[in-house]
Design a binder for this molecule. Structure first.
Ligand code: MTE
Ligand code: HPA
Ligand code: MOS
Length: 765
């Protein structure tokens, strides 16, 4: 079934928040943010701005009737700065005006005096200074020190992976509308409507039931709207509460880039120990997470880094620790993979370093250590239905990996200035929110008297295709045409207390709840049909809108059945609740079974590097992916391709840059390069693993949203391998993204050392 949104998207007819007709009397809001990363607010002059043409008013922390607090995991984040300034771009005031332009002009008239203090922008510096968000976490398995003592080879190194801008096409946006009495309706572009509701209630000083949050769809979220859609929605709500007028707040691209957090940059150190047969006996890693100025989701992201720190490998002795470091950058947040990619990169770097030092190919180490059925992860869970080896072998055979590697070697022999590198990237990603209580969902189904169906769940459509999947679940349960079903907006009054649409688990959680609700209604309908047809319900089934008795058409149609049920006063509505079974995690012991299941896969990446220019092309990415029994191959393939390309961008192109004063330098698309048509791989191939699927996955179709991003990590190592082909004794460096500048300077390092020519040149210059 094709994505139900695709036609509307293509014609530009799909509604996003800012497409909604603006109600008469609406005010437009704009945020005034700190121009300084760290300091004390000494003076805020608003008078001139307040007098500016078309300004209704300007709100600050003082106008908040409830609490000036929006922190989710830890209450450490004010909505508006009061005295202390923690990052450049931190909101200080909200301008409400008759038009965006009026708000913009008023913003220029605000004057602020801040006593400036030095800013800390890197995790290392924060670590040295003891600036932390929370206590560090450590996962251990086995006896690491003893194991290292027994290793034939031990290597140590350090890594850095930079942050990443979400760059959702639709910027952060909210529209708040006052309702009767003191109630407020907020339309928000959020992945977490219930979180917006909770925070708004807290700030506005209202009970949650007075706040309704509605989400139509998102023009992309990628984790950037899991927590960070909240402040803008709450600001709009506050504006609506105080003005009793509708308030729209849509961030401009540059405000969005400036004010919102990104993927966490990580600095790490590792130590890896192998025996003679390339078995990894011991692994140790220490991760420093650059959390930014407030906790946001950082503790949860840090935790997932540890869960994925050994990737698809069985490591008998491991010690993994993570420090969430507080810096003066905007609070960093969820981003596809949620800390997992940062953990996996370090493992792959450790293997690449070992391979280089042992003068072998990394794939031999990778292959020798892939997880097998029953192997334990460092957090205690055992690998069940483990497909690490199967995905590796499938990719290896399907894409004729030996030929591929040989061809690359031949090519390298023939070419002096252009070399190819091949890398393998196995992935393993745990499905479930690592915070067990979040793994629950609800659905509400109405069958209307004409046989049409309306479905509400907590799922937010952000381009990942969850609405199509929900529709498929209902259509298959009732065996009716998709056209009969409407997926309603996501709304807190219809489905309450929802977890955000995140962790790749949205269709599993909401789909399972939806299936339960549909099955309840179906059961009642079958009973009604049996009564009507004077037979027993076991003999009745539904197929293609017909009621069957013993698999033969009874003549009764879906619509008639629904009508009959209504006349017999049978309920045609149902709500259901789903909580993922069999998961638990003990944070004291750092052991448990946090994940419902794992998703596996292997990618083979081929890169071609120009050694004179440092430029490169990702020639091909060939993937064997574990979809389970995909319920929608077009959508799932789209997720694999999109995730991959986003991962490639993170690893190769997107260079987030802050200066030492915490000023964002990569503050436009001219300086922050994301993958475009010319930089995506020439060839992307995906082959599904032959697989039964998993019971815990919706209709056995495994979660697919985040895992493919991590295939992109392989590109870093493919480029590094091509560089190795230029210089067999290259000193590998692990400093992502691998931009052409880094390729070139990486290759030049040795030439500068060995060739006096360069020194002479420099003297001449
Ligand atoms: N795909 C599109 N097109 N847009 C998005 O914003 N978000 C990703 C992924 N794929 C995203 C996407 C992220 S971060 C997650 S967690 C999942 O989708 C969320 O949706 P799911 O749980 O339905 O997979
Ligand atoms: N993944 C994604 N988002 C989350 C998680 C998680 O494990 N926990 C809280 N938010
Ligand atoms: Mo995705 S990072 O879990 O929103």
């Amino acid at each position: 079934m094709k994505n139900i949104d695709s036609d509307k998207h293509l014609r530009g007819e799909s509604l996003y928040l800012d497409d909604l007709p603006t109600l008469q009397g609406s005010l437009h809001a704009m945020v005034f943010a700190s121009p300084t990363a760290h300091g004390l607010l000494q003076k805020l002059e608003l008078e001139e701005a307040r007098k500016s043409c078309g300004v209704w008013g300007i709100l600050t922390a003082r106008d908040i009737p409830g609490e000036n607090q929006i922190g989710n995991i830890i209450p450490d984040e004010p909505l508006f700065a009061e005295k202390e300034i923690h990052y450049r771009g931190q909101p200080i005031a909200l301008i409400l005006a008759e038009s965006r332009e009026a708000a913009r002009q008023a913003r220029q008239k605000i004057k602020v005096e801040i006593e400036e203090f030095p800013a800390v922008t890197t995790a290392e510096e924060a670590f040295e200074k003891g600036m932390f968000i929370t206590e560090p976490r450590t996962f251990t398995m086995g006896d690491v020190d003893r194991a290292f003592a027994k290793c034939a080879h031990v290597f140590e190194g350090k890594t850095f992976t930079n942050g990443q801008e979400h760059l959702y096409l639709e910027t952060q946006a909210a529209y708040a509308i006052p309702a009767e009495g003191d109630q407020i309706k907020i339309i928000s572009s959020t992945q977490g409507p219930s979180q917006v509701q909770k925070a708004a209630a807290q700030v506005l000083g209202l009970p949650m039931h007075k706040i309704e949050v509605e989400v139509i769809r998102l023009g992309g979220g990628f984790g950037g709207k899991e927590d960070q859609a909240t402040p803008w929605a709450v600001m709009a709500a506050l504006g609506a509460q105080l003005s009793r007028r509708p308030v729209k707040l849509v961030l401009s691209r540059s405000d969005d880039l400036l004010m919102t957090g990104k993927r966490h940059p990580y600095s790490a150190r590792f130590k890896i120990g192998l025996d003679e047969n390339l078995k990894i006996l011991a692994y140790e890693a220490r991760f420093l997470q650059n959390a930014g100025a407030a906790a946001d989701l950082s503790p949860a992201v840090a935790e997932r880094t540890l869960f994925h720190a050994t990737n698809s490998y069985f490591v008998k002795n491991a010690r993994l620790s993570v420090y969430s470091c507080r810096t003066h950058l905007p609070p960093n947040t969820a981003f596809r993979g949620f800390g997992g990619p940062q953990g996996m990169f370090v493992m792959e770097a450790a293997i690449a370093l070992a391979a280089q030092k042992l003068k072998i190919e990394a794939r031999h180490i990778q292959q020798a250590n892939l997880l097998q059925e029953g192997d334990r992860f460092p957090y205690g869970q055992r690998a069940e239905q483990a497909l690490a080896r199967k995905s590796w072998e499938t990719a290896y055979l399907h894409y004729k990996a030996d030929d591929l590697c040989r061809k690359a070697e031949d090519f390298n022999k023939k070419h002096e200035y252009i070399k190819k590198g091949v890398a393998f990237m196995p992935i393993c990603f745990g499905i479930s929110f690592t915070n067990t209580p979040m793994n629950q969902a609800r659905a509400l189904v109405h069958v209307y008297r004409d046989g049409s169906v309306g479905i509400s769940t907590g799922a937010v459509e952000m381009g990942q295709g969850v609405n199509t999947k929900m529709l498929q679940v209902a259509a298959s349960c009732f065996s009716i045409q998709p056209e009969r079903i409407k997926i309603e907006t996501t709304n807190t009054t219809r489905v309450a207390n929802t977890s955000p649409s995140a962790a790749s688990a949205t269709s599993d959680l909401n789909g399972k709840a939806l299936l339960k609700a549909c099955e309840q209604i179906k059961k009642r309908l079958l009973k009604t049909a049996a009564k009507e047809l004077k037979t027993n319900p076991q003999k009745i089934s539904l197929q293609n809108e017909c009621v069957l008795i013993d698999k033969k058409d009874s003549g009764l149609r879906w619509e008639e059945l629904v009508q009959t049920a209504l006349l017999q006063r049978v309920s045609l509505s149902e709500t259901a609740h789903y909580a993922t079974p069999k998961i638990r995690f003990d944070k004291k012991r750092e052991k448990g079974r946090p994940f419902s299941y794992h998703v596996y896969g292997t990618a083979i990446i081929t890169a071609k590097v120009d050694g004179l220019r440092g430029t490169y092309q990702i020639e091909s990415v060939q993937i064997a992916h574990d979809f389970g029994k995909s319920m929608n191959t077009a959508i799932d393939l789209g997720q694999v391709e999109g995730g991959l390309v986003q991962g490639l961008g993170w690893m190769c192109m997107e260079e987030l840059a802050y200066d030492k004063n915490g000023r964002l330098l990569s503050n436009a698309l001219s300086t922050y390069k994301i993958p475009d048509l010319f930089s995506v791989p020439e060839r992307i191939e995906v082959v599904p693993l032959e697989d039964e699927g998993h019971e815990a996955a919706i209709l056995k179709s495994k979660a697919v949203g985040e895992p493919p991003l991590m295939y992109g990590i392989g590109a870093y190592f493919a480029i590094l391998n091509a560089m190795r082909a230029f210089q067999s004794d290259l000193e590998p460096f692990f400093n992502a993204p691998m931009t052409p500048e880094k390729v070139l300077t990486g290759l030049l390092k040795k030439q500068v050392k060995n060739k006096p020519l360069h020194v002479e040149k420099r003297q001449i210059g």
